[in-house]
Write a protein that binds this ligand. Structure first.
Ligand code: SF4
Ligand code: ZN
Length: 315
C-alpha cells in the first residue's frame, strides 16, 4: 500500500496529476486548504455573510455544508443555512432528504425544505408526464433545472441570504462546458464562471460554485472521511436521459490517459469566460408575470408553466 508523502501512515488517496499521496489526516488538510485557496482566489465571501448552501442531500452538497459550517466557526460574521429543493422524484429525493436531515441536525444548522409540489403545484414526476403528454420537446433535467434554479434564488433571498453556494465541482463544470460547446451554446459559457449574478438584478442572490477547482472524486473522499456520505446511494432515474452521461465518461477516460486533463479544460474555460463575459453580458429584466429576475420579458419558469398548461395568463 502506498504511504503518505507527508508522514509514514498509509495513504488514502494519490492524485495522479500531482504525483503525491495523502493519509486520512493530510488528505483532509490538503483538501480544505485547496478549497480555502479557491475561496480567496475568486473572492467568494466577505467578512459578513449569510451563506445559504443549496443542499440536495447528495455527497457534494453535504460535503459543502460540512466544510462551510466548520470554516464558519473561525469567521464570526458568517451565518450558514441549508436550503433543499424537493423536486418530487419518487424513490430518489425522498432518500436523500433523510441524509440531509441527519447532517443538518448533527451540525445544528438552520434549514428550509421547499417542494415543487407546493411551489409549482406539481412534482417533477408529474411535470415530466404532463410534458410528455403535451408532446413538449424537453428532457426531465430541463424542467428540473429551470424550476430548481428559480426556487433556489427566490428562497435564498427570502431567507435573507447574501450568497448562495452550490456544490458544483470541477467535473460538473467541465462537463457543462463541453456540453455547451457540443450544443453550440457559446452564450452560456460566461455563466460557468466561479461567481455569477453579481449585482445583475436586485432580486438575484450572488452564486458561487464552492468546489470549482476540486475533482468529484476528492469531494467524495472528503464526504466519506467526515461521515456525511449518503447512507444509500441512489442515482436519479432521469439522469440517463441527459447527454451529460456520455460527456462524463469521455472526460474521465481522458483524465485516466492524460492526468490533469480536467484542469486543462478548466483553464480553457476560465480564459473563455473572461473573453466572452462582456460580449454576452446579461442584463436581467423582471419577469412581468412573477416579478423574478429574467433574461427576457417572461422568465423561463413562467414560460415552461405556460407550455405545460399550468399558467393561464392573458398577455
Ligand atoms: Fe434533476 Fe436531471 Fe439531476 Fe435528476 S439528473 S436531479 S432530473 S437535473
Ligand atoms: Zn416569471
Amino acid at each position: 500500500m502506498a504511504k503518505c508523502s507527508l508522514c509514514d501512515r498509509d495513504a488514502v488517496y494519490c492524485p495522479r496529476y500531482e504525483g503525491r499521496c495523502y493519509c486520512r489526516e493530510h488528505f483532509v488538510k490538503w483538501f480544505e486548504g485547496k478549497v480555502r485557496k479557491t475561496i480567496r482566489k475568486f473572492s467568494f465571501f466577505g467578512k459578513e455573510e449569510h451563506i445559504v448552501v443549496a443542499t440536495s442531500g447528495g455527497k457534494d452538497s453535504l460535503a459543502a455544508l460540512y466544510f462551510l459550517h466548520k470554516l464558519s466557526r473561525r469567521v464570526p460574521g458568517w451565518k450558514i443555512s441549508a436550503l433543499l429543493i424537493d423536486e418530487g422524484i419518487k424513490g430518489y429525493r425522498d432518500e436523500a432528504i433523510k441524509d440531509f436531515l441527519r447532517v443538518v441536525e448533527r451540525l445544528g444548522v438552520d434549514y428550509k425544505i421547499v417542494s415543487f409540489k407546493e411551489e409549482i403545484g406539481y412534482s417533477l414526476d408529474e411535470l415530466v408526464q404532463m410534458g410528455y403528454e403535451r408532446g413538449l420537446p424537453y428532457k426531465p433535467c430541463t424542467y428540473c433545472g429551470v424550476f430548481r434554479r428559480y426556487l433556489l434564488n427566490k428562497h435564498a433571498r427570502e431567507l435573507g441570504g447574501t450568497v448562495l453556494v452550490t456544490a458544483h465541482n470541477l467535473d460538473d463544470v467541465v462537463q457543462t462546458f463541453l456540453l455547451d460547446l457540443y450544443r453550440g451554446d457559446v452564450k452560456k459559457i460566461p455563466r460557468l464562471g466561479p461567481v455569477t449574478g453579481v449585482s445583475s438584478h436586485p432580486k438575484f442572490v450572488r452564486r458561487v460554485k464552492l468546489f470549482y477547482e476540486v475533482p468529484e472524486k476528492e469531494v467524495t473522499i472528503y464526504a466519506l472521511l467526515n461521515d456525511v456520505y449518503p447512507s444509500t446511494f441512489v442515482e436519479c432515474p432521469y439522469a440517463r436521459f441527459s447527454p451529460r452521461w456520455q460527456i462524463r465518461s469521455f472526460i474521465n477516460r481522458m483524465e485516466e490517459l492524460y492526468p490533469g486533463s480536467k484542469y486543462s479544460l478548466l483553464k480553457s474555460l476560465l480564459a473563455l469566460v473572461d473573453a466572452l463575459k462582456e460580449k454576452y453580458r446579461e442584463r436581467p429584466r423582471t419577469c412581468k408575470i412573477c416579478g423574478e429576475p429574467s433574461s427576457g420579458e417572461i422568465c423561463r419558469a413562467c414560460q415552461l408553466k405556460m407550455e405545460l398548461g399550468i399558467l393561464d395568463v392573458k398577455l
